[in-house]
Design a protein around this ligand. Structure first.
Ligand SMILES: Cc1cc2nc3c(=O)[nH]c(=O)nc-3n(C[C@H](O)[C@H](O)[C@H](O)COP(=O)(O)OP(=O)(O)OC[C@H]3O[C@@H](n4cnc5c(N)ncnc54)[C@H](O)[C@@H]3O)c2cc1C
Length: 422
């Protein structure tokens, strides 16, 4: 039987950032993952520190757009037919989260977290020697038509009301900022608070190496069962029947967290929202910052391994095989905006976003077993919110009152008549 004061389940960016914050608090930490060095959602994402993204996925009127998107086999949204029946409870909760009142509440809750991102992220990057990985050059959202921009104006106003800077640019101003963008772009919005990293994989690997060099244990193992003991400790049963005893466990297993949560008797609406991308090592196109293509719902980020073009939201569960035609379709779309784009040598990738039905992460204690904490469900914002999540979890385990009210992120929001712990 292994021993460790705090076990972090999952070595994605959220688990690693949590391990970091626990470690600097003086806690003894073990990170457990079936493949600590293997590919994970945190390795292949778009690399955006997307602090301006505070509006949830489910918004009023979205339901009318869904059929059109689903009709396009390589469009921004897809549901695998065989999986559709299993998606119904999540979809029901997702649509319920899309009322005007709920959108206002969720936007506020996301803005509260995003507002503190740099306060939590910058010290972690500095302490781990990774400060050079961050590029604070803002992002540019571009539109093919003024009309499409006007349709989004209410959303931009909502963002501005939460302190987000969003500067409208006409087509010429957009091209002055990013000359690689062609005539297909009619206008855009510059959001200077956004930033991006050189390479999300390099960041996660750098963090893992720092943790290893500083005494954090990272061990290979899949947690198949979490068994809280009457003594107050927690036994983690690993594949192969080994048991790891710890004082506290933190579930940071991304899109795979749902089964562990349910074993503990907690409820959650969590699905895999699979995204796709292609990284072009020799794109022939120079962008200085991340560009978001508003109507077609994809992004392009200039990263160290190349120009990464990605997006898409596919619901098919964790076990469906990837459909890389989606990666190819996004490159074809990007070529419409970026004349001269060279797609040769593109590397295709897919990853499972951990998507809650209300677009809010789950951060805080288990509703039934307070010795187990949750740090998952970050959807499109896992890289952005990793350091903040880690800091909050460390505050809770140190008995400090987190500077943020955690009620909106609590697992309690999914429960029916169960005890609630902050
Ligand atoms: C195409 C795409 C683009 C994205 N772009 C951005 C972006 O620009 N900015 C941003 O902030 N976010 C972005 N995201 C979202 C972000 O990548 C995720 O939210 C984030 O990576 C989730 O991190 P995680 O650590 O929770 O999960 P993961 O990185 O998935 O890590 C979870 C880990 O848990 C492990 N695990 C699973 N089950 C168990 C178990 N039973 N026992 C032990 N370990 C287990 C897995 O092996 C894995 O290593 C994007 C996602 C995609 C797909």
């Amino acid at each position: 039987m292994g021993q460790g004061a705090i076990a972090v389940i999952g070595a994605g960016i959220v688990g690693l950032a949590t391990a970091y914050h626990l470690h600097i608090d003086g806690q003894r930490v073990t990170v457990i993952d079936p493949s600590p060095e293997g590919d994970k959602t945190s390795y292949g994402n778009a690399g955006g520190i997307a602090v301006t993204e505070v509006v949830p996925a489910s918004v009023p009127g979205l339901i009318w757009k869904i059929p059109g998107w689903l009709f396009d086999p390589l469009g921004p949204l897809a549901v695998r037919p065989a999986y559709a029946p299993r998606l119904i409870p999540w979809l029901h909760a997702f649509l319920k989260a899309g009322t005007t009142t709920e959108v206002a509440r969720i936007t506020t809750a996301l803005a509260v977290l995003n507002r503190r991102v740099y306060d939590d992220l910058l010290p972690m990057l500095a302490a781990t020697g990774l400060a050079g990985e961050l590029h604070r050059r803002g992002a540019l959202t571009v539109y093919e038509s003024e009309e499409a921009y006007r349709r989004d104006r209410a959303e931009w106003s909502l963002k501005r009301s939460h302190g987000i800077q969003a500067d409208y640019l006409n087509g010429a101003e957009v091209r002055a900022l990013e000359p690689a963008l062609g005539p297909a772009v009619a206008c855009g919005v510059f959001t200077p608070q956004w930033s991006h990293v050189s390479d999300p994989r390099r960041l996660a690997e750098g963090l893992r190496q720092w943790l290893l060099a500083n005494g954090v244990t990272v061990r290979t193992g899949r947690v198949v069962d979490i068994e809280p003991q009457v003594s107050g400790s927690v036994d983690l049963r690993l594949e192969g029947n080994e048991t790891f005893r710890c004082a506290n466990a933190v579930v940071a297993a991304g899109a795979w967290s749902g089964s562990l949560v349910r074993q503990l008797g907690d409820r959650v609406q969590l699905e895999s929202e699979r995204g796709y991308n292609t990284t072009l090592p020799d794109s022939g196109v120079n962008l200085s910052r991340e560009v978001i293509f508003a109507e077609r719902k994809f992004v392009a980020t200039p990263l160290a391994p190349g120009l990464r073009i990605g997006g898409a939201a596919e619901f098919g569960g964790l076990d469906a095989t990837a459909n890389y035609k989606r990666s190819d379709a996004l490159v074809r779309l990007a070529a419409m905006y970026l004349p001269g784009l060279n797609a040769q040598g593109g590397v295709r990738w897919a990853g499972h976003r951990p998507a809650t039905s209300d677009s809010l992460p789950v951060i805080g204690r288990s509703a039934r077993h307070p010795e187990v904490l949750y740090a998952f469900g970050h959807g499109h914002l896992g890289l952005t919110l990793a350091a903040t999540t880690g800091r909050i979890v460390a505050d809770l385990l140190a008995g400090r009152s987190p500077s943020t009210d955690l009620t909106p992120y609590s697992i309690a929001r999914f429960q029916k008549n169960t005890p609630r712990h902050a």
